[in-house]
Design a protein around this ligand. Structure first.
Ligand code: NAP
Length: 325
């Protein structure tokens, strides 16, 4: 990395908006000489991805299919998943697209989907936890867990555990968590993670869940190092997707043309999934624009991120998910 690229990158990172908008990805792409990804071959590799029926996940599924991967979509809406598979198969000529149905907040559905998936795909090379939403209305999962946490923390935690045999069979393998820059605003706090009906706020619940995702990715990375399974988290910056249009219409209007395209937002996710350099040689990092990023921007969130709180999060996730490891 050149001195100039490092300085520009640091200035962008410091400015937040410069980093998260398409300005960040456009400058970094040029300064860091990003290698194009579309020419890679993923023939023989199996990628399982949640949330691939819209936005960033859909963009990534197209890219993986173009590269010749076997793509397994884990979706809550069977009709949407089927339509996505048909469209991608027809346009890319890659017939190896399939899907299983599960809401990532429904632990029983995830268990069924994982069984189905492992039966068809005994070796998985990449597992991507991308499904996510910011919901202003508090809901609970079929197991009674607040839905933001159920679908973005507990469910993905369980799915990782259930797919471990397949990931071990696919090693060197990777597990990727699509978090959010919003997580910078919230400290790690197990006690405040699942918000009650009295204090629920969508943006806070979302940011806390995204913080927990990043921490869990690190904890998984340590536990799976000997299995040759790399685990990373990332954030996509601010990208113009149906999810942003639905949940943050005012923000979308204000940032407008500076929002990243879905392709720009999905770039680091796709790179982490396909590049055999840093994404496999390192583990447990948090990425944006193909570079590792700090876990904290605020002293207050850094202070609460203790080894004890981290281990509490792990125990909490094991208990909530019912995962037997
Ligand atoms: N776009 C951004 O600027 C941005 C910024 C930071 C982080 N992110 C993160 O990036 C990821 C993708 O977001 P996006 O912007 O692409 O949103 P999106 O367009 O709304 O797509 C979200 C995808 O997740 C699926 N999904 C949501 N909740 C689910 C659940 N409980 N079970 C199963 N599938 C579920 C959706 O399924 P349906 O099609 O059935 O609705 C859809 O396929 C999310 O984790 C989000 O938090 C996005």
């Amino acid at each position: 990395m050149s001195f100039i690229a490092d300085r520009v990158d640091a200035a962008l990172e410091w400015s937040v908006a410069g980093s998260f908008t398409r300005v960040g990805s456009a400058l970094r792409r040029r300064l860091d000489h990003w290698a194009p990804l579309d020419e890679r071959s993923l023939a023989g590799r199996v990628v399982a991805i949640t949330g691939a029926t819209s936005g960033l996940g859909l963009e990534a599924a197209w890219a993986f299919a173009r590269m010749g991967a076997t793509v397994e979509i884990i979706a809550r809406n069977a009709a949407k998943a089927e339509a996505t598979c048909v469209e991608i198969r027809q346009a890319t000529g890659n017939p190896k697209l399939g899907f299983v149905v599960a809401d990532t907040g429904d632990l029983a559905a995830l268990r069924r989907a994982a069984l189905d998936l492992v039966e068809r795909r005994p070796a998985i090379h990449v597992l991507i936890h991308n499904a996510g939403a910011l919901d202003d209305l508090r809901q609970t999962s079929p197991q009674g867990i607040e839905l933001t946490v159920a679908s973005q923390v507990v469910g993905p935690f369980l799915l990782t555990g259930l797919l471990l045999p397949a990931l071990r069979a696919g090693a060197p393998a990777r597990v990727l968590w699509v978090s959010s820059g919003g997580m910078y605003s919230e400290p790690l706090s197990v006690d405040r993670l699942e918000m009650s009906a009295g204090d629920y706020q969508g943006t806070t619940a979302y940011a806390r869940a995204k913080r927990a995702q990043v921490t869990l990715a690190e904890l998984w990375a340590k536990r799976l190092a000997a299995d040759r399974i790399a685990v990373h988290s990332l954030h996509p910056g601010w990208a113009d997707t149906p999810g942003v249009a639905r949940s943050l219409p005012r923000f979308r209007r204000v940032v407008g043309p500076l929002l990243r395209t879905p392709a720009e937002g999905a770039d680091t996710l796709i790179w982490l999934a396909v590049d055999d350099g840093a994404p496999l040689q390192e583990s447990g990092r948090f990425w944006l624009d193909r570079r590792p990023r700090p876990l904290h921007r605020l002293a207050s969130t850094r202070r609460s991120d203790t080894p004890e709180e981290r281990e509490r999060l792990w125990s909490w996730a094991v208990k909530k998910s019912g995962l037997v490891i």
